[in-house]
Design a protein around this ligand. Sequence first.
Ligand SMILES: Nc1nc2c(ncn2[C@@H]2O[C@H](COP(=O)(O)OP(=O)(O)OP(=O)(O)O)[C@@H](O)[C@H]2O)c(=O)[nH]1
Ligand SMILES: [Mg+2]
Length: 427
Amino acid sequence: MREIVSIHVGQCGNQIADRYWRLILREHGLSENGLPKDGSNAAASNSNMEVFFHRVRDGKYTPRAVLVDLEPGVIHRIESGEMAQLFDESSIIRKIPGAANNWARGYNVEGERVIDQIMNVIDAAVEKTKALQGFLLTHSLGGGSGSGLGSLILERLRQAYPKKKIFTFSVAPSPLISDSAVEPYNAVLTLQRIRDNADAAVLLDNEALFRIAKSKLHRSPNYMDLNHIVALIMSSVTASLRFPGKLNTDLGEFVTNLVPFPGNHFLTASFAPMRGPGSEGQVRLNFPDLARETFAQDNFTAAIDWANGVYLSGCALFRGDVRAKEVDENMAAIRKTMNYASYLPQQGGLKIGTADTAPEGFASSGLALVNHTGIAAVFERLIAQFDIMFDNHAYTHWYEGAGVSRDKMAEARHCVAELAKSYRDAS
Ligand SMILES: Nc1nc2c(ncn2[C@@H]2O[C@H](COP(=O)(O)OP(=O)(O)OP(=O)(O)O)[C@@H](O)[C@H]2O)c(=O)[nH]1
Ligand SMILES: [Mg+2]
């Protein structure tokens, strides 16, 4: 069945899971406890349910998901909320005392204590599959658990399952919504592991998410507002895996289409129509507007340097009430406005798919998932923030005290600088 196991780590990873699984359940006609809703089996009957769900007794579906946190609070809220009956108890790992915002604690100190248990739980989830295609990981790059423990999980997954695809949905920190000074350290240390151990990473940059949410809501957004956007994007990225279609029907195809050079697998996404939570049902866009909004630069989830970069690849998925002829005509026009790397096939570079089912509440929707060299700007921003502190030895003792030397930190910084440079060079 080509199943996928999702792994959610840390506060951010699990708060995203909370939004994401709610959407996925609705798209598959399932209630919050995993049982098919009466009369709403239309979606479920034509979808590839087994990819993301494991069918258990009485027709109940359980997400193929592992929830991990080093602090119990967020997972406890999920377990005591509407989805209390949804997740398999044995696939939830909640520990204390947290990683105190320190990558080194999440990776070494606390990580070492729990990694074997986590891998056992992942192995058990894999045993319930017939033909696993890979893993999705959601986490933040800035927090101690999501970054440090997330890095350790990535390394161990790659060792244990070298042939399986690994995708991350990784939230980059921004001072607009978080005030922890050490996040650039955590982010840089994690990006090195993502480059080495993942096949693709969708960067969800809080800097960009915050601006998008603010412009739609006209108030200062909170995490739930940002996660609403993230969940819509994740549901659309995974729609082609969950519903019948022609494009990107498995993780391997995503990689083939989107990653022209090994290591340059950092993607960014855009979802349209983007509106404040709760008001999307009222939005009906004609297709040209939908297509335009899908590719609007300020609608992407990473603060990309559009002016000084080129597209390496791109995919678009239009869901719901869209006609193939309209898609072809409008996308031909949009293709012409896109700046592709000169050495890549201009017209073939953008792959386009359609799916019948739109996200709940939408008549139609658009998703763009692209690999653009301007993503170097995100890495450069993090490196600049890293350098200011590192050069002054600020906070590095917390890392050294937990087994990560300044040399190791410098090595990660070098790796991310090389990554930025390789994107700049690919322009
Ligand atoms: N978009 C988004 N970002 C979040 C959310 N929660 C935290 N963050 C960001 O994630 C970073 C902090 O990481 P957390 O995920 O809270 O930390 P953690 O992984 O639980 O690690 P520790 O608490 O340090 O053990 C900061 O950059 C926050 O802005 C969330 O729900 N959504
Ligand atoms: Mg935490």
